[in-house]
Design a protein around this ligand. Structure first.
Ligand code: HEM
Ligand SMILES: *[C@@H]1O[C@H](CO)[C@@H](O)[C@H](O)[C@H]1NC(C)=O
Ligand SMILES: *[C@@H]1O[C@H](CO)[C@@H](O)[C@H](O)[C@H]1NC(C)=O
Ligand SMILES: *[C@@H]1O[C@H](CO)[C@@H](O)[C@H](O)[C@H]1NC(C)=O
Ligand SMILES: *[C@@H]1O[C@H](CO)[C@@H](O)[C@H](O)[C@H]1NC(C)=O
Ligand SMILES: *[C@@H]1O[C@H](CO)[C@@H](O)[C@H](O)[C@H]1NC(C)=O
Ligand SMILES: *[C@@H]1O[C@H](CO)[C@@H](O)[C@H](O)[C@H]1NC(C)=O
Ligand SMILES: CC(=O)N[C@H]1CO[C@H](CO)[C@@H](O)[C@@H]1O
Length: 353
């Protein structure tokens, strides 16, 4: 009796350890956290903010670009900076039609990454830099200040077809839009909140061309004022100059305010998809509520951005910290040591492909 119980006493901790180990994969799934780099790279967020502010001073449109970059990153394989990867054959996410040529801000991320690498090598992910840059862009164009949970890791796969399958098109119906956001855990109301980002930025003619010339959308589109349509047709002939763009919110194109929601009921939403939000009574009510209260929209918007920033993230030991945001790491342990010792003068010197 005594011997068997003492044997058990010795086995129990082992069993406990084994059980705990079995549970580890679920228990230890890391969460993003505010101030993730506080100890490992205390200046990370400041350095990113400086890079964004410098780019913004030269071209304030870059803020809209960076917010959209985060959105397009998160919706395709999660917020893992896959949108930044380049491929030799031009078949990466950034080459997909919703991204090319309209997506912008890549060079701002590269500048921020260069500054951060100088300060703390191989510590801060490209995915987090995008999230910080989007937050800073929101701060630069609006009245919103919020803290971004971080600790994302970078992915190593970027496929054009994933972008085509997961990014919304301006010709989508409400049902298509709701379905796409739901796949990313976002509710229809959160979608209405987030699309308010269309209060800043620009669009190429191609994104609303069929709307102004053909009106061939699956649902009869009554949401475009005839005056605005006429103006857009003069800007964008049916065979437009591919480099022509127009602002999305003509009232305050560079200010992150709630004017987007005021324009929709006036039939001044630029995209067919924007006007679709009004075709459902509950969502239409949200549009009207946001038009009435900027403070309410502000709060829901930053909370929505944080939720979007959590989509399918890689954390802990998943993925990697990319050295160059445009390419996956191809470096060995020896080369890594070389990098840390400071004897490699550039990233190119050690990243071989
Ligand atoms: C509801 C689904 C959405 C659709 C169909 C959509 C579609 C578009 C399109 C077609 C453009 C213009 C692209 C071009 O230049 O041709 C655009 C621009 C933009 N979108 Fe969206 N979008 C959606 C949701 C969002 C969300 C959720 C955000 C951010 C949280 C966002 C932020 C932006 C910004 C900031 C721009 C301006 C980009 C710039 O100036 O570079 N959009 N969107
Ligand atoms: C208008 O619709 C027709 C038929 O669907 C299409 O062939 C044409 O390219 C469209 N034109 C524009 C400017 O979208
Ligand atoms: C298209 O627009 C750009 C910039 O507005 C201009 O430089 C270019 O000459 C135009 N091209 C044509 C074919 O009109
Ligand atoms: C615009 O782009 C399309 C497709 O890439 C091309 O066929 C067309 O010639 C371009 N138009 C102009 C005016 O550059
Ligand atoms: C949407 O709201 C507007 C008020 O801005 C109202 O006139 C319209 O009837 C509403 N549409 C729907 C579908 O609820
Ligand atoms: C991509 O990442 C996964 C997991 O992080 C890893 O197992 C795989 O080897 C990587 N593939 C490439 C091509 O780097
Ligand atoms: C990062 O990779 C891209 C694509 O290979 C290259 O053009 C760029 O020069 C690299 N950047 C750095 C800082 O090495
Ligand atoms: C975190 C951050 O960038 N906060 C800034 C946002 O913008 C205001 C001014 O509008 C600054 O005071 C904050 O420091």
């Amino acid at each position: 009796m005594a011997s068997s119980s003492s044997r058990l006493a010795g086995v129990a901790p082992l069993l406990l350890t084994a059980v705990l180990c079995l549970q580890l994969p679920t228990v230890s799934r890391a969460q993003l956290q505010v101030g993730f780099y506080e100890k490992t790279c205390p200046d990370a967020e400041t350095l990113v903010r400086q890079a964004v502010a410098a780019a913004f001073a030269k071209n304030n449109g870059i803020a809209a670009g960076l917010i959209r970059l985060h959105f397009h990153d998160c919706f395709v394989r999660g917020c893992d900076a896959s949108v930044l990867l380049v491929s030799a054959n031009g078949m990466a996410e950034r080459d997909a039609m919703p991204n090319k040529p309209s997506l912008r801000g890549f060079e701002v991320i590269d500048a921020a990454k260069a500054a951060v690498e100088k300060s703390c090598p191989l510590t801060v992910s490209c995915a987090d830099i995008i999230a910080f840059a989007a937050r800073d862009s929101i701060n630069l164009t609006g009245q919103i200040v919020y803290q971004v949970p971080s600790g994302r890791r970078d992915g190593n796969i970027s496929l054009m077809k994933d972008a085509d399958e997961n990014l919304p098109l301006p010709t989508f119906t409400l049902q298509q839009l709701i379905h796409l956001f739901a796949k990313k855990t976002l509710t229809a109301e959160e979608m209405v909140t987030l699309v308010g980002a269309h209060t800043i930025g620009r669009s190429f003619c191609s994104s609303f061309l069929s709307r102004i010339w053909n009106n061939t959308n699956p649902i009869v589109d009554e949401g475009l004022s005839s005056g605005y349509a006429k103006l857009l047709r003069s800007l964008c002939p049916s065979t437009p100059n591919n480099s022509t763009t127009t602002v999305i919110d003509p009232s305050t194109p560079t200010v992150l305010d709630n004017n987007y929601y005021k324009l929709l009921p006036l039939n001044l939403g630029l995209f067919f998809s924007d006007n679709q939000l009004r075709t459902n009574a509950a969502l239409n009510a949200s549009v009207n509520t946001f038009a009435d209260s900027e403070a309410l929209w502000n709060e829901k918007f930053w909370k929505g951005m944080i939720k979007m920033g959590n989509i399918e993230v890689l954390t802990g030991t998943q993925g990697e910290i990319r050295l160059n945001c445009s390419v996956v790491n191809k470096i060995t342990g020896m080369e890594m040591a070389h990098y840390y010792s400071g004897s490699a003068s550039s990233v190119d010197e050690i990243v071989t492909s």
